[in-house]
Design a protein around this ligand. Structure first.
Ligand code: NAP
Length: 234
């Protein structure tokens, strides 16, 4: 077990993932910041330098199973308190009824739905040997069946609805090991994905998510929370 609390974050080079990485690093955590192109991840490189390497940068394309396995091997024997499946894509321009692009749909499923499970599978031993034992996965209210009153967005909505089920299955399957699996809606956040009109700043979303994570107990496993700690309907 490591002495320091440790978080692994996918898609940590921009948006909410970057903000989570910065805040956990500032709080003294060891941060395993994963991104597709470490050589281009300048904000992460600055954080790496500013934290004496407490934040490390790891190349990870989340749809590449070999890359996931290689990173899991590289980190073999280490403890990961929070595995945060954050990386995600919006699904592209062709998501309206009658216009849905099948290739975009498949690509989006690989990133938003399948990758979180494959990442969780690979890092189960690391999470299992940690103190906090949390797998957090970014869902969305866009993936909520109960909250869908406006339709459209077939690709993104279905991929997020499906990852909600992945996280829920993980909660059931891992309960006996004392591992918590939760789904999050981060708010409508001002990032490349959320756009300029989004009302929530990445810093506020990340701070809220951190607060919820810090208060989690095993009884919370399998639940869907927003960044303010409200439980959201599936
Ligand atoms: N923003 C919102 O309002 C909102 C609302 C609900 C849910 N969410 C969810 O929150 C998460 C973060 O969203 P965001 O707003 O921060 O989005 P963002 O600014 O677009 O950032 C997305 C991140 O995911 C990474 N990523 C995408 N595909 C990847 C892949 N194949 N392998 C590895 N990394 C990949 C991106 O890396 P690159 O730079 O390499 O592309 C980037 O770091 C997503 O899961 C999103 O669906 C966001």
């Amino acid at each position: 077990m490591n002495d320091m609390d440790t978080i692994l974050i996918t898609g940590a080079n921009r948006g909410i993932g970057l903000e989570l990485a910065a805040q956990y690093a500032a709080d003294g955590w060891r941060v395993l910041a994963c991104c597709r192109h470490p050589e281009r991840a300048e904000p992460l490189q600055r954080l790496h330098a500013a934290t004496s390497g407490r934040l490390s940068i790891h190349g990870l394309e989340v749809t590449d199973n070999e890359a996931i396995q290689a990173l899991a091997r590289e980190l073999d024997g280490q403890a990961i308190d929070i595995l945060f499946n954050n990386a995600g894509v919006g699904g592209g321009e062709h998501q309206a009824l009658g216009k849905v692009d099948v290739e975009d749909w498949l690509r989006t499923f690989r990133v938003n739905t399948i990758a979180p499970l494959k990442v969780a599978e690979a890092f189960l031993p690391h999470v299992g040997r940690s103190r906090q034992r949390i797998i957090a996965t970014m869902g969305s209210v866009m993936g909520s069946l109960a909250e869908n009153t406006s339709g459209g967005h077939y690709i993104y909505r279905s991929a997020k609805a499906a990852v909600h089920m992945v996280g829920r299955c993980l909660a059931v399957d891992l309960r006996a090991q004392g591992i918590i699996s939760v789904l999050f809606h981060p708010g409508w956040v001002k990032t490349d994905m959320g756009g300029a009109n989004a009302p929530v700043a990445p810093a506020d979303s990340a701070a809220g998510l951190r607060r919820v994570l810090a208060g989690l107990r095993l009884e919370d496993s399998g639940r869907f929370f927003d960044y303010q700690g409200n439980e959201r309907p599936w």
